[in-house]
Ligand binder design. Structure first.
Ligand SMILES: NC(=O)C1=CN([C@@H]2O[C@H](COP(=O)(O)OP(=O)(O)OC[C@H]3O[C@@H](n4cnc5c(N)ncnc54)[C@H](OP(=O)(O)O)[C@@H]3O)[C@@H](O)[C@H]2O)C=CC1
Ligand SMILES: O=C(CO)COP(=O)(O)O
Length: 339
């Protein structure tokens, strides 16, 4: 009999908890690590995450810990699921701990705030020689923890590690595909959050279904143009990591980024909207890094740019919309676009 795989899920918010429950149900010896010792003790006692997923009982096989060193020391591989702003700091801490890691996967969506570096670059730099993989795709935590059917994709430069991660995630109601385009997979997951704000704003302003479909499609166009410019594969962005997650987040009211847009479109202030959501809203940080990347590669992203101006409170959502609609007529794709 082969030994059970030991996985530590780092980050005990909604997505980390849902993925840890899934891995435990699939037979991995799983520990969910969170920074709040009292919350982790309460989870051990009640087998619920009262703050982030209060309605979902967690499997008996799942362990909880606030001891990062022990969680890392005992794991075969890690799945990091913190918000992007905490990702670099955690990888740094993990790199300083004794470990025997076969790899580090992450399900965080975004970039390093302030530098715009991709998360795989941080892992490569701080954990050299340790294979990395990103887990991404259209997947609301609440639906996953309820066992509703979901499909994601795992991208890595190390095919064996991607396969290992995907096999453990894969199960009766959770399909995990694999791929080798880590750049495209990370870009798609980060950009869809920004584009979901735009669609949310339009829906909050009751602009109709045509506007929603137009924004999703032109948003995909922005993803593809930036993706191709940075060397990502177009098919990654046409798959679960791009189009799939874009459609989910732009249309599903469980999305916090869409809900931010909805609130702004209804005239609620940014601060109040974020406070009412009460969970991470990645677009707020990600939008500046997307625009930084776009500027570096001389790619124009009108929707993302207007979301940035709205999130910086330079213009109102109504002005953003007026400016987008006032743009000149042009071809759907630039003449020199090659996907
Ligand atoms: N929720 C979802 O459906 C999905 C989320 N994702 C991505 O997963 C990532 C995490 O999101 P999600 O779980 O939803 O976020 P939540 O807002 O639900 O939870 C955030 C978690 O991160 C913890 N945290 C914050 N800062 C730190 C830190 N410095 N060190 C350690 N832990 C920290 C919080 O701890 P505390 O409670 O103590 O503040 C909390 O447990 C994001 O990048 C998101 O885009 C991807 C797919 C689906
Ligand atoms: O990434 C997600 C679904 O795939 C979750 O989206 P939000 O962060 O907008 O809630």
């Amino acid at each position: 009999m082969t030994a059970q795989t030991r996985v530590a899920v780092i980050g005990a918010g909604s997505w980390g908890t849902a993925l840890a429950a899934l891995l435990a149900r699939h037979g991995a010896l799983t520990t969910l690590w969170g920074r709040d010792a009292a919350a982790m003790q309460a989870m051990t006692a009640t087998r619920r995450n009262a703050r982030y997923l209060p309605d979902s009982p967690l499997p008996d096989a799942l362990s909880f810990s606030s001891d990062l060193a022990a969680s890392v020391r005992d794991a075969d591989w890690l799945l990091v699921v913190t918000p992007s702003h905490a990702f670099g700091e955690l990888i740094e801490k993990i790199a300083g701990l004794p470990h025997r890691l076969e790899g580090v996967a992450w399900a965080t969506k975004g970039f390093e705030p302030g530098t715009g570096r991709f998360l795989h670059e941080l892992v490569e730099e701080r954990l050299p020689g340790v294979p990395g993989a990103v887990v991404t795709g259209p997947s609301f935590a609440r639906e996953v923890v309820e066992g509703l059917p979901t499909a994601v994709t795992v991208h890595s430069d190390h095919a064996e590690f991607a396969q290992r991660v995907a096999e453990l995630l894969h199960g009766p109601s959770f399909r995990a595909y694999t791929g080798s385009d880590i750049l495209g997979a990370e870009l798609g997951g980060a950009m869809k959050n920004v584009l979901a704000v735009a669609t949310g704003v339009a829906d909050g302003m009751r602009l109709g279904l045509n506007a929603r479909a137009g924004l999703i499609t032109r948003g995909l166009n922005e993803m593809l143009r930036l993706g191709v410019a940075i060397g990502a594969k177009a098919e990654t962005l046409m798959g679960l990591a791009g189009l799939g997650d874009l459609v989910l987040t732009c249309t599903g009211d469980l999305s916090r980024n869409r809900r931010l847009g909805l609130a702004l479109g209804k005239g609620v202030g940014l601060k109040q909207a974020v406070a009412e959501i009460g969970q991470v809203v990645e677009s707020i940080q990600t939008v500046d890094e997307v625009m930084r990347l776009a500027t570096r590669h001389a790619v124009e992203l009108p929707i993302a740019r207007h979301v940035q101006r709205v999130l910086h409170e330079e213009i109102t959502p109504a002005e953003g919309l007026r400016l987008l609609l006032a743009r000149e007529q042009k071809p759907e794709y630039p003449d020199d676009f090659v996907a």
